[in-house]
Design a binder for this molecule. Structure first.
Ligand SMILES: [Zn+2]
Length: 112
């Protein structure tokens, strides 16, 4: 799968270990995607004080099979931002490769 558009949304949660998207905004984004023949394939968020892996809260909130989760860790100002991707599959998060557009283009060139 390839993400072609990102839609930043505001976090409604007051807890720093949780994110909550406005349901009306989420519904609008889903409807807009459907009208363009696209679909929402995942979500992204950061863990300001944690690692780039699903938290307990993420595990509690996950439920859609094959939904992709991109998580960035911002925990250490001396380290670059670490981003990792996961798919929610069979009731668990599975790490998946995160490839840049350049990497995808190189892979496509090899398979032609
Ligand atoms: Zn999280």
């Amino acid at each position: 799968m390839r993400a072609t558009v990102l839609h930043p949304t505001r976090n409604l949660s007051n807890d720093n270990d949780r994110f909550e998207i406005d349901p009306a905004e989420q519904f609008r984004l889903m409807r807009d995607a459907r009208e363009r023949g696209a679909e929402i394939i995942g979500c992204y968020h950061s863990h300001p004080n944690g690692r780039a892996e699903p938290s307990t809260r993420d595990r509690e909130g996950a439920g859609e099979e094959e939904f992709l989760w991109l998580i960035a860790s911002l925990s250490d100002a001396d380290e670059p931002v670490v981003s990792r991707a996961f798919a929610y599959r069979a009731l668990a998060f599975v790490g998946i490769p995160l490839l840049s557009e350049a990497s995808l283009d190189r892979l496509a060139a090899r398979t032609v």
